[in-house]
Structure formats: structure tokens, C-alpha cells
Design a protein around this ligand. Structure first.
Ligand SMILES: C[S@@+](CC[C@H](N)C(=O)[O-])C[C@H]1O[C@@H](n2cnc3c(N)ncnc32)[C@H](O)[C@@H]1O
Length: 245
């Protein structure tokens, strides 16, 4: 099976879960609110999402340009995060929702991001957060590796062909554990916030059935708010905002 065929199977499966699961849609609405709160409307240039998948950002932020490696009718563009089809200094924000952990060479992506963003432009990442509570879920119940001890490739360019890569732990390691001191050079970290999301973990996400009824979502979210005081213990998701220095 080609990578595109594999992608389409996954996309169709995600689309079916999304449509059948209002619970997931509500949880994601909260995630998108966190992302949109980090968009600075004063910055000139368009907001572009990389790796949009089923393209949900547009529902919450219609002005976004949605893109992915592979074409789909709801996307605006096909493009690779390592080679963006935009002229220098033309974009205000790049949004990556569950995409950063698929970037084998984060520096190569950030180099390209730096080229297309205006000075002060932002990269907003939404990612899994690895804590004592979430590690077993991401490690045992999700098919992608956490790759907690794997080296992170710091090359500045990644030639083609680029194979599939996933390392769910990378954002936690780079932005919270700060495994590479002073990284990323040339960027300021405006925000790096991890929070509990048992509402998400127990929703089963796209691939598993929900473990609680939709009527309990409010209670789950209140619990998450409380437990978010201890992200290293209970965190499950994180949002990071980098500003081009
Ligand atoms: C886990 S999915 C997330 C999809 C969507 N953002 C969401 O939250 O539902 C990762 C997406 O990133 C895309 N992707 C992976 N590597 C990419 C790259 N180098 N450039 C652009 N998109 C990429 C994949 O095709 C896939 O759609």
C-alpha cells in the first residue's frame, strides 16, 4: 500500500469517528479555543495549518488555509511542512495540530517556518503531553511510539524521500523537559502549557469507544481543570507557541 493509500484509509476512519462522536467534537472545540487564543490578529499575513487531516480548524477559524501532505476535497492546498509553497515573510501563523510529533527533523521544519513567517510570526503546536498518567495511554493504547529515549534528529534539512515518522514524546521532551538546552535557537517560547485531559483520554479519541457518556463531559472537564495544576503527574495535552525572533 502506498503512503497516500494508507493516509486515506486513516482519514476516512477518522472522519467516520468524528461524525459519529459529538463528544470528541466538543472536546476538540476546547482544544481549538486554546489554539485560537494564541493567534495575534494584529500580525500581517495568513494563518496556515500544516497537516490538517480532516480539516477541522476551519470550522473554528474559517480564515485559515488548510493543507496536508495528501490531497482531499476539503483542503485548500497540498504541501509538505518542510517545503512550504509560500513566499518569504508572507504568513502570520503556522498551526500544527498533532503534526509536530510526525516531524523527524524539527529544526528543518523550523527553518522553513522562519522563512515564510513575518518577523514576530508564530508557530502554534498542539501535541500529546507525556506525564505519569498519560504515558500508559499513549504508550500502550496508541499505535504510534512515544519514543521517550530515542535521539531527536537536529539536522537543518531533510532530503527526500521522507519516510513515516512518529514520536509522541517529542514536544514534552523538547519544550517541557528541555532536553536540548536553549532550543530552538532564533525563537522565543511565548507559551508552553501542559494540561490534564482525562476528558480526551477517556473519550477514546478517534480510534477507541468512549468510556463515559457525553452527559459527564462537564464533570470530566472540571476534574481536568483541577488536575491541570500538576501537569507532570496528570498532563495529557500541551500547547506551545513559538515566536520568530
Ligand atoms: C495525526 S494527523 C493530525 C491531523 C489533524 N491535524 C488532526 O488533528 O486531526 C497528522 C497529519 O500530519 C500530516 N503530516 C505528517 N507529516 C507532514 C509533513 N511533513 N508536512 C505536512 N503534513 C504532514 C499527515 O498527513 C496527517 O494528516
Amino acid at each position: 500500500m502506498t503512503p497516500q493509500e494508507q493516509h486515506q484509509i486513516e482519514i476516512q476512519k477518522n472522519l467516520r469517528s468524528w461524525q459519529a462522536k459529538p463528544l470528541l467534537q466538543e472536546i476538540y472545540a476546547g482544544f481549538y479555543r486554546r489554539i485560537i487564543a494564541l493567534i495575534d490578529p494584529q500580525l500581517p499575513g495568513r494563518v496556515v495549518e500544516i497537516g490538517s487531516g480532516i480539516g477541522n480548524l476551519k470550522t473554528h477559524f474559517p480564515a485559515a488555509i488548510t493543507t496536508d501532505l495528501f490531497p482531499n476535497p476539503w483542503l485548500d492546498l497540498v504541501c509538505d511542512g518542510y517545503e512550504l509553497p509560500f513566499i518569504d515573510g508572507s504568513l502570520s501563523h503556522l498551526v500544527l495540530f498533532d503534526v509536530f510529533h510526525h516531524l523527524r527533523a524539527p529544526n528543518a521544519f523550523l527553518r522553513e517556518a522562519r522563512r515564510v513567517l513575518v518577523p514576530g510570526g508564530r508557530v502554534i503546536l498542539f501535541e500529546p503531553f507525556i506525564s505519569w498518567a498519560s504515558y500508559p495511554v499513549y504508550g500502550l493504547l496508541h499505535h504510534e511510539p512515544v519514543a521517550w529515549k530515542e535521539p531527536i534528529n537536529l539536522v537543518e534539512s531533510l532530503p527526500r524521500p521522507r519516510d513515516y515518522y512518529a514520536a509522541q514524546g517529542n514536544a514534552t521532551r523538547l519544550f517541557f523537559r528541555r532536553e536540548i538546552p536553549n532550543w530552538p535557537a532564533g525563537w522565543n517560547i511565548l507559551e508552553a502549557r501542559a494540561f490534564a485531559s482525562f476528558a480526551y483520554l477517556f473519550s477514546g479519541g478517534y480510534s477507541k469507544p468512549a468510556m463515559y457518556p457525553g452527559a459527564c463531559l462537564g464533570a470530566m472537564q472540571r476534574l481536568d481543570m483541577l488536575l491541570s495544576r500538576w501537569p507532570r503527574l496528570f498532563g495529557a495535552r500541551c500547547v506551545v507557541c513559538l515566536v520568530r525572533a
